[in-house]
Design a protein around this ligand. Structure first.
Ligand code: PBG
Length: 333
């Protein structure tokens, strides 16, 4: 682009900012409910709405209420929801076998949602952490996270989710080779139309703290995830990971966390042109919500500004806990 602008006073940038109409007319990027994916936390039980202390306004929902939330998303024009289970500690093991139980909480939720609200796209998380007594996304032996052994487990987990009716599989584990392995397994099992949204550039981040509370993984996790999640200091590696995942059969890619990584979003979109998403993670939500609840910022304005900035940075959509509030605000509800 070669911007040309008349010098002052012929050129005055304030002309196009003078009224709301002129600002609307010249706005370069926009946010709409259709850009949003709403992450939801599941728990066992009925008619249960369990608050998460570090994420004010977000609750773990029993299946009946998750189905209602899916209908609410549809009514608000939100195209997709993403499911995360809170797993009872008694179901967590070192071999993580609950992950590929066809009747685990997530798979029951997928079936219930697809039966009641077939229009909504259901996305699932593929990683072992909700089911791992050691809290890691992969299998662990003697304190080491085992890449290749984990792939088989991830494939089993993805297949039962596809079988249950998931529209979008979201591998968030950061093992090498998972996208290719999952794509090949989906093809041979006849799930050729199931999409993969790869958590391609996922950083080892302090901003996941509240999420780990929400899914009950904080207590279990020993150590950190730095041997598989990315170093926040790296940029070129994110592009290499996205290239790799697209080449292995990912349909869409994600950068995570969101706001501190907008430079990565922009580079990924400009380099590959693939459908690109960012995850505005739990800690980002908690920061905005916490400041708003203290009266330090205007919560609604900060929420909408933060989400619009993802669009400006090149994202096609955003996973955000603000999804229903943002959709309501955008529709003037
Ligand atoms: C786990 C997973 C995490 C998130 C999504 N999937 C946490 C982690 O990697 O420890 C984080 C989401 C958030 O913080 O909102 N595979």
């Amino acid at each position: 682009m070669h911007p040309i602008h008349a010098p002052f006073p012929q050129g005055r940038f304030r002309r196009t900012r003078r009224t709301a109409a002129l600002r609307d007319l010249t706005q370069e990027t926009r946010l709409s409910p259709q850009d949003l994916i709403w992450p939801l936390f599941l728990r066992e039980g009925e008619a249960l709405r369990e608050p998460i202390a570090s994420m004010p306004g977000v609750n773990r929902l029993s299946l009946d209420l998750v189905v209602k939330a899916a209908a609410e998303a549809r009514d608000l024009g939100i195209p997709a929801i993403c499911l995360f289970p809170y797993t009872d500690p008694s179901l967590k093991t070192e071999d993580c076998r609950e992950a590929w139980n066809p009747d685990n909480l997530t798979n029951r939720a997928i079936r219930a949602i697809k039966a009641a609200v077939p229009e909504i796209a259901v996305m699932t998380d593929v990683a072992l952490d909700p089911y791992n007594s050691l809290g890691h996304d992969g299998l662990v032996r003697d304190g080491v996270i085992l890449n290749d052994e984990t792939l088989a487990a991830l494939v089993r987990q993805a297949l039962v989710q596809a079988e249950a009716g998931a529209d979008i599989i979201g591998p968030s584990d950061m093992m090498d080779g998972r996208i290719g392995a999952i794509r090949a397994a989906l093809e041979s099992a006849g799930h050729k139309d199931v999409a993969i949204l790869s958590y391609a550039a996922k950083y080892a981040s302090a901003f996941y703290g509240p999420f780990r509370d929400a899914v009950g993984a904080s207590g279990a996790l020993k150590g950190d995830k730095k041997t598989y999640q990315m170093n926040p200091g790296n940029r070129d590696e994110a592009l290499r990971l996205v290239a790799r995942d697209l080449a292995e059969g990912a349909d869409m890619v994600m950068v995570k966390p969101g706001m501190p990584y907008l430079d990565i979003c922009r580079r990924v979109k400009d380099t590959f042109g693939a459908p690109t998403f960012a995850y505005q993670v739990s800690g980002e939500y908690a920061m905005i919500k916490g400041a708003a609840l203290n009266g330090w910022i205007d919560g609604e304005k900060a929420m909408l500004e933060s989400l619009l900035c993802f669009k400006r940075a090149g994202c096609d959509g955003i996973l955000t806990y603000f999804a229903p509030d943002a959709a309501r605000a955008l529709q003037g509800l």
